[in-house]
Design a protein around this ligand. Structure first.
Ligand SMILES: NC(=O)c1ccc[n+]([C@@H]2O[C@H](COP(=O)([O-])OP(=O)(O)OC[C@H]3O[C@@H](n4cnc5c(N)ncnc54)[C@H](OP(=O)(O)O)[C@@H]3O)[C@@H](O)[C@H]2O)c1
Length: 228
């Protein structure tokens, strides 16, 4: 069975994508800092899912992830991410430590995980780095997160140039009704945003079609009528 590792697979998009892959007979390794939550998610997903609790910024955790895929990997999804401190503030009021934390989680950790797992990526494998429209837009107060996603996109396409044996995709899932989105809009009713399950068909289409490395939007990968 093909095997995927999804960081931040205990909730939101990562959890929904894990369910989509398990339904297609993939084995999945999911991660998250809250051990109880990631274990519960793996239990709900069934015997094809394994939970490895930890923080992607922690090198020991990344070593544990390498150990969890002794037979190699067909898909790595760098999905875990942070907005930094919320409520979001304009850049001139952003503490440097928040900028460092955002960079550490959203840029350094995915790159470190790619480096740790490159030798485990099997022939025909792919890496998905989850991005955001914020990477290419300039929204007030989103600067730190947005710049980190822009950096992640740049690194992904450089990897594509350097290492063409792997497919390197960034995917913008679009707005989704998740904890991260609620944190970005504290107190706002976000019930009109689509559930993360609705964008999973886009990710699955990418995996099926294996288009060239590059930047994709989940909404462009499947017609609206085919979304959950
Ligand atoms: N929601 C949106 O509207 C939206 C829009 C565009 C892009 N995105 C992107 O989509 C991806 C998923 O976001 P989401 O909205 O699904 O988030 P979410 O619902 O808040 O879920 C985040 C997941 O990541 C885990 N996580 C967070 N920080 C982590 C860390 N340092 N180490 C390990 N795991 C960590 C969380 O578990 P723990 O908290 O237990 O660690 C959880 O499993 C992110 O890359 C985000 O930037 C989201």
């Amino acid at each position: 069975m093909p095997r995927a590792l999804i960081t931040g697979g205990s909730a939101g998009l990562g959890r929904a994508l894990a369910a989509g892959l398990v339904a297609r007979d993939w084995d999945v390794v999911i991660t998250g800092r809250d051990e109880g939550r990631v274990r519960a998610a793996a239990r709900e997903l069934g015997p094809s899912a394994v939970a490895v609790a930890g923080d992607v910024t922690d090198a020991w955790h990344r070593a544990a992830l390498l150990a969890a895929v002794p037979d190699g990997l067909d898909l790595l999804v760098n999905n875990a991410s942070t907005l930094g401190a919320t409520p979001l503030v304009p850049l001139t009021r952003l503490p440097e430590q928040v900028l460092r934390d955002v960079w550490e989680t959203n840029v350094v950790a995915p790159m470190a995980l790619i480096r740790a797992l490159r030798g485990s990526l099997l022939v025909g494998s792919a890496v998905v780095n989850v991005t955001s429209d914020a990477a290419v837009e300039h929204y007030e107060t989103w600067g730190a997160y947005a710049a980190s996603k822009a950096a992640l996109e740049h690194l992904t396409l450089t990897l594509a140039a350097e290492d063409p044996d792997v497919r390197w995709w960034t995917v913008d899932p679009g707005d989704m009704r998740t904890q991260m989105h609620q944190d970005a809009f504290p107190g706002e009713d976000i019930s009109d945003r689509p559930l993360p399950e609705s964008v999973v068909p886009g990710f699955l289409a990418l995996i099926d079609r294996r288009p060239p490395s590059g930047r994709y939007r989940a909404s462009d990968l499947v017609p609206a009528s085919a979304r959950a």
